[in-house]
Design a protein around this ligand. Structure first.
Ligand SMILES: [Zn+2]
Ligand SMILES: [Zn+2]
Ligand SMILES: [Zn+2]
Length: 320
């Protein structure tokens, strides 16, 4: 995709005016939490509301305000309906981003060691916040991403967090929050839906290393990674991506959880730390191009469950 053609230059220009942003916030305020569609806000009420927010600089000259509203309408942020104006989804997104991005009382912390042993080596693990990412990492081993030197040493898992995700939360609680969000991100990508913009997705990599041996350095010469299995998927529209372990997609699949439960293994009570390391179920590649992986999941009752994961991250149970 040509970046120039997709750059939302016009949308940003439309939003680069206080009166327009305040009009959006005022319209969004008119929506109530207990109904799907708010009553339209009339032109004069909207002007009053903007005036309240913006008393000093707001010029109530009718032609001028009308011009700003027309700009918002043309860009698809609001619509004009019988009785006034309504905010549209794109406008709601902008207002939510403004509210969630308010970082004036943002929390933050340095590296904090936690009371959970590293699931790989039993050593000490810690949580670090770095550029809106929360990492859990081991202080005693190479972790799961030794191939990526840009990550904190010993990284076991990393999750994107918004400023609101860490505000008013202790580090461990913030990590649990980020982890839960991360699991939802896995579920949505596995359903072919971008968690950011609901666009379509493409899987770029789905593989297990045929001769995996990370050795002392933690990086396998065959695949160039620490972990044997890996996938990468991204949104075709906004380019949001996820790089993770296929076993997490399998382990969080509702059918797999249900079948495992029936066979005497309840995975719903797993603590978050258990999933910062993917389950080490035996995995083999059954097809390449497009790739299909097969996992064998041991269960207490009867024969192990065999599960296939295909290129679209769809999970199929082979022996129900
Ligand atoms: Zn460790
Ligand atoms: Zn390898
Ligand atoms: Zn997207």
């Amino acid at each position: 995709m040509d970046p120039a053609s997709s750059f939302p230059d016009d949308a940003f220009r439309v939003l680069s005016h206080d009166v327009r942003l305040i009009a959006l916030v005022a319209l969004e305020d008119a929506q109530t939490a207990d109904s799907f569609a708010a009553d339209p806000v009339s032109y004069s009420e909207l002007a009053d509301r903007v005036d309240d927010y913006h008393a000093e600089a707001f010029d109530r000259d009718a032609g001028n305000f009308d011009y700003h509203l027309r700009k918002l309408r043309e860009a698809g942020f609001i619509s004009r309906v019988d009785g006034g104006y309504r905010i549209r989804q794109a406008g709601v997104q902008v207002v939510r981003a403004i509210r969630a991005g308010d970082i004036t009382d943002r929390g933050g912390f340095e590296t904090v060691t936690i009371d959970e042993p590293c699931p790989y080596c039993g050593g000490t693990s810690a949580i670090t916040l770095e550029d809106d990412w929360l990492f859990i990492h081991c202080l005693d081993c190479v972790g799961a991403f030794a191939q990526d030197e840009s990550l904190p040493a010993g990284t076991l898992a990393g999750f994107e967090v918004s400023p609101t995700g860490i505000r008013n939360r202790e580090p461990l609680e913030a990590f649990r929050t980020a982890f839960r969000m991360g699991m939802q991100v896995h579920r949505l990508f596995a359903a072919g839906i971008c968690p950011e913009c609901s666009g379509t997705t493409t899987t770029h990599t789905l593989e297990t290393c045929p001769a995996h041996d990370p050795g002392g350095s933690g990086v396998c010469p065959e695949c160039g990674r620490t972990t044997e299995e890996f996938f990468a998927i991204s949104c075709d529209v906004c380019q949001r991506s996820l790089m993770s372990f296929p076993a997490i997609v399998v382990a969080t699949d509702p059918h797999v959880i249900a079948v495992m439960y029936e066979r005497g293994r309840d995975v719903t009570d797993q603590t978050w730390i258990a999933l910062s390391k993917p389950p080490d179920w035996p995995c083999r590649s059954v097809e390449t191009d497009p790739a299909v992986l097969e996992y064998t999941i041991p269960v207490p009752d009867g024969e192990a469950i065999r599960v296939r994961l295909d290129d679209s991250l769809t999970v199929t149970i082979c022996n129900p």
